[in-house]
Design a protein around this ligand. Structure first.
Ligand SMILES: Nc1ncnc2c1ncn2[C@@H]1O[C@H](COP(=O)(O)OP(=O)(O)OP(=O)(O)O)[C@@H](O)[C@H]1O
Ligand SMILES: [Mg+2]
Length: 267
C-alpha cells in the first residue's frame, strides 16, 4: 500500500541564464538558458524514505532547493499535502517552513555559536519559543536522541566531522519537521561513518515518523533504505519506483547506471 503523497511536484521546470561571458560568445540576441529541471513530476509518500539519485550536475540539488522555496521554479506546481506551495505568497510560504527541515552537505553549523546555541537557533527564530527552560529541554533531548548527550557547550570546531554531521541533523530535527531533506549526507565520509548517518536517517523515519527525502551518490544505501527512488537524468525523471522497479527498468540506461554504481564498490 502506498501512502498519500506529502509532497507532489507537477511538471516542475527551472532554468538559469548562462553568465554574460558565455552569452557574449554565443550567436543571437536571446540569452542562453541552462534548462536544469524539465517537467519533473514526482510524488513522495508520507512517512517514507525517498531517494533521489543521478549523475553529478543533473539537477538534484536544484530540485530540492525548489521544493524548499530557496529557488523559484519557472513553471510547474509543488504541493505540500493539500496546499499548493507555488500559489502562496512569500510570507505564507515562510509560515510553512517549520514543517521542512534540511541537512545539506555544506550547511555548516554556526562556528561562533556553541552546539546548544546552534540547536536553539531554529527554536527561537522559526518557532519563536521564548521560554529558556523549554528551549534547553528540547535541545538536550535532541542531543540525547543523536547519542551525543551533554555537548551543549562545545563549539563546532571541537567536534569530529561525523559528530558535526549528526549535530547538523539534530539542528534540522529540533523543530520536529514533517519532512527532513538530506543533500548528500554521506559524501566525503568513510564507510563506517556513512553507515552511521544512513542508520540515523532510518531512525529519523521509523522512530520519529518523519518523511525523509535523501539525495545520495551512495546507490547501494539508497536501495537498502529507501522505499522509493527517483533517478534524475539531465533534468528529467528517467525512472521512478521501488528499488525493485528500478533494478528491473525497461531502460538500459537505468540498469547500466545502477549496475555501474554497485560495481564501483568492488574495486
Ligand atoms: N544558483 C544557480 N545559478 C545558476 N546555475 C545553477 C545554480 N544552481 C545550480 N545551477 C546549475 O544547475 C545544474 C544542476 O546543478 P545541481 O547542483 O542541481 O546538480 P546535482 O545533480 O545536485 O549535482 P551533484 O551530484 O554534483 O551535487 C548545474 O549545471 C549547475 O551549474
Ligand atoms: Mg547536488
Amino acid at each position: 500500500m502506498t501512502a498519500a503523497p506529502i509532497i507532489r511536484t507537477q511538471n516542475l521546470c527551472k532554468s538559469f541564464r548562462y553568465n554574460s561571458f558565455i552569452c557574449k560568445s554565443s550567436k543571437g540576441t536571446s540569452p542562453l538558458q541552462n534548462h536544469v529541471l524539465k517537467d519533473v513530476s514526482i510524488e513522495i509518500p508520507e512517512k517514507s524514505i525517498y531517494a533521489i539519485i543521478g549523475q553529478s550536475g543533473t539537477g538534484k540539488s536544484v530540485f530540492l532547493k525548489t521544493i524548499l522555496g530557496m529557488l523559484k521554479p519557472d513553471g510547474g506546481k509543488i504541493w505540500f499535502k493539500n496546499t499548493e506551495l507555488t500559489a502562496l505568497k512569500q510570507d505564507e510560504l515562510m509560515a510553512l517552513r517549520k514543517y521542512f527541515g534540511y541537512a545539506f552537505q555544506n550547511a555548516a553549523l554556526f562556528d561562533s555559536m556553541t552546539v546548544g546555541e546552534n540547536l536553539a537557533f531554529p527554536l527561537k527564530e522559526v518557532l519563536r519559543i521564548r521560554n529558556r527552560g523549554e528551549i534547553n529541554r528540547r535541545v538536550s533531548e535532541m542531543l540525547e536522541w543523536i547519542e551525543l548527550p551533554g555537548i551543549e557547550s562545545k563549539r563546532p570546531d571541537e567536534l569530529s566531522g561525523g559528530m558535526r554531521k549528526r549535530v547538523g541533523v539534530a539542528r534540522a530535527l529540533v523543530m520536529r519537521p514533517e519532512v527532513l531533506f538530506f543533500d548528500e549526507p554521506t559524501t566525503g565520509l568513510d564507510p563506517v561513518l556513512s553507515e552511521t548517518i544512513n542508520n540515523l536517517v532510518v531512525r529519523v523515519n521509523k522512530e520519529l515518523n518523519i518523511t525523509c527525502v535523501i539525495i545520495t551518490h551512495d546507490i547501494p544505501a539508497a536501495f537498502r533504505i529507501a522505499q522509493r527512488i527517483a533517478l534524475l537524468d539531465q533534468g528529467r525523471v528517467a525512472a521512478e519506483g521501488t528499488p525493485k522497479d528500478l533494478a528491473q527498468s525497461e531502460y538500459q540506461m537505468v540498469r547500466d547506471f545502477i549496475r555501474i554504481s554497485f560495481r564501483e564498490l568492488d574495486v
